[in-house]
Design a protein around this ligand. Structure first.
Ligand SMILES: [Fe+2]
Length: 267
């Protein structure tokens, strides 16, 4: 009888937390991190006595610099990338070109707020995924992880859900800043964000993984998530921080926002 082994490691990356899942000696990386995070992941694996080629898959939940920045380096080493079809097209066109510059700048802005020494975050705005995934799919090589489509922050965000262990990786749907739950910046598709928050409530989770906020044991935390979701849905469209008010108009150049406006699929 074989014994199934499973562990999750959190890597404190440049801007976000990266989660490295070990299942039966194979590794899965939940988001690629910034371009400068490639070395962090490699170092982390080496410290565990593992090699980069023990990493079998990297999933990109959306195209922001702290989630897709290191894609090129993983692909160069032959590690496959899984992403949704739309995600890697997010920065297409002239609007995408401008948005990509803005998001790269905002990534460094966040890094500076964390008082990190600044590291490079430049990355290409497009890439070719090795595996295309969509809502309801199970990940290649790691079929215990299910893809959940959660647009709002961008048009193509996904969360990843491990039903067997009741673990939910939220990517940038919700951020946990100290003991507060907040919406990501920006929310480009408000109505879709509302639907995504409601959708995620239906998952039966014991552990939440936040790209910004780390691991939360939801059973011990004694948090009323229904209340949290209600508070977050009513906060959609409210920009609390002065810098968000300044940057928000610049976040609306993106091609898909205009397409949705024309089609009336979001407000
Ligand atoms: Fe993001």
């Amino acid at each position: 009888m074989s014994e199934y082994s499973f562990k999750i490691y959190e890597i404190n990356a440049y801007i976000s937390s990266l989660f490295l899942v070990e299942a039966n000696g194979k590794f899965l990386l939940l988001d690629a991190g910034c371009s400068c995070d490639f070395k962090r992941v490699e170092r982390f694996l080496n410290e565990k006595g593992k090699k980069l080629n023990d990493l079998k898959l990297v999933v990109v939940t959306h195209m922001h610099p702290d989630h897709a920045g290191a894609v090129k380096y993983f692909q160069k080493k032959g590690i496959p990338i899984a992403s949704t079809e739309g995600a890697y097209m997010w920065y297409r066109g002239i609007g995408g070109f401008i948005q990509h510059k803005i998001d790269t700048f905002l990534a460094q802005f966040s890094a500076k707020r964390k008082q990190n020494i600044l590291e490079p975050v430049n990355y290409k705005r497009k890439f070719k995924p090795d595996f295309l995934i969509k809502d309801g799919d199970y990940l290649p090589f790691f079929p215990e992880w299910k893809v959940i489509y959660i647009p709002g922050h961008t048009l193509y965000d996904i969360a990843l859900y491990n039903e067997k262990y009741s673990i939910l990786y939220l990517a940038d749907l919700i951020l946990k800043i100290e003991d507060k739950f907040v919406l990501p910046f920006p929310v480009i598709f408000p109505r879709m964000m509302n639907q995504s928050l409601v959708k995620i409530q239906q998952c039966n989770f014991n552990t939440l993984l936040f790209a910004h906020g780390g691991v939360l044991d939801a059973r011990r935390a004694n948090i009323d998530f229904l209340k949290v979701i209600n508070e977050l849905t009513s906060a959609i469209g409210k920009l609390q921080r002065p810098e968000f008010k300044f940057f928000y108009p610049f976040c609306l150049f993106i091609h898909d926002k205009w397409l949705c406006k024309l089609r009336g699929c979001d407000k």
